[in-house]
Design a protein around this ligand. Sequence first.
Ligand SMILES: [Zn+2]
Length: 337
Amino acid sequence: MRAWQLTEIGGIDAYRLVDVPEPEPGPGQVRIALKTVGLNHLDLWVSEGKPAPKSMPHVGGSDGAGVIDAVGEGVAGFEVGDEVIVDPTMSCGQCPKCRNDDVVYCDHFEILGEGIPGTFTEKIVVPAINAVRKPAKLDWDVAGTFGLASATALRMLERARLEEGETVLVVGIGGGVSSAAFHLAKGMGATVYVTSRSPEKIEKAIAAGAAGGFDSATEFGREMTALGGADVVIENVGPATLPQSLRAAKKGGRIAICGATSGPKYEITLPVVWFRQLEIIGSSMANHAQFQRVLWRISQGYARSPVDRMFGFDELPDALRYLASSEQMGKVGLKLG
Ligand SMILES: [Zn+2]
């Protein structure tokens, strides 16, 4: 079978399509013949060593969906031929955190395709708990691409305790987590505003149901405040937008942060935080139950996970370059077979 391997840290061009032996499922594991896989910005960062994989050669990729073609010893509930989606959250499965489905707090927490080999391959072996049954009506392109971004976005909204009727501001609407948060928040009954540096992306978001949009490079916090302010702000840009994101929040507002694409440090004016009684909430990835809940929302039509473009399996470098261009609005993926 074929897999895309990184043999060194060297960006997109370091990926090589190679022939490798088929992996055999061990006890408690299943093997999935993938039909679609999804790309994330994480794949770009890993290829640049941010963070570096634990071992080389490394196979990137966190998202995928396919058909089970081998079942390991002791696996109950799955058979060859079952259609499944890969849940990319990996953990020890034994510790008290894991037993309580707080897998994101496990000391051995990993994201598939980051520290450990992932889905840029024709077949993958995962623990049975990471195989989630695909609803028959869910399109393969969506099934293989929504996972990491949509589950991360759902956890952010849940940690920010979003309630129906509240106002959400999604900063930087082009990214995968941001667009997932937009659609999930809409489906939860929120009024959603967006920001982007691209007028076309703002127009597309308004066409998809956003109440309005602002240029990320302007004082969008002031504009949002003039419209009543945001109960919840979804942030993953960082220093370039955080001053305005804090200003955009209402008194008592919650700012959920899952990343900082413009850099890691920002000096906060603390009186703003206490006088306005803001909550700054860190969030990363999602638990298995959150993955199931986001799958339910997408498959039942309470949220969309728009697919921008699918490439062929042998076009991974082109697909990653397209992702790096930030031209997309929605998910980018690969089709196998
Ligand atoms: Zn654990």
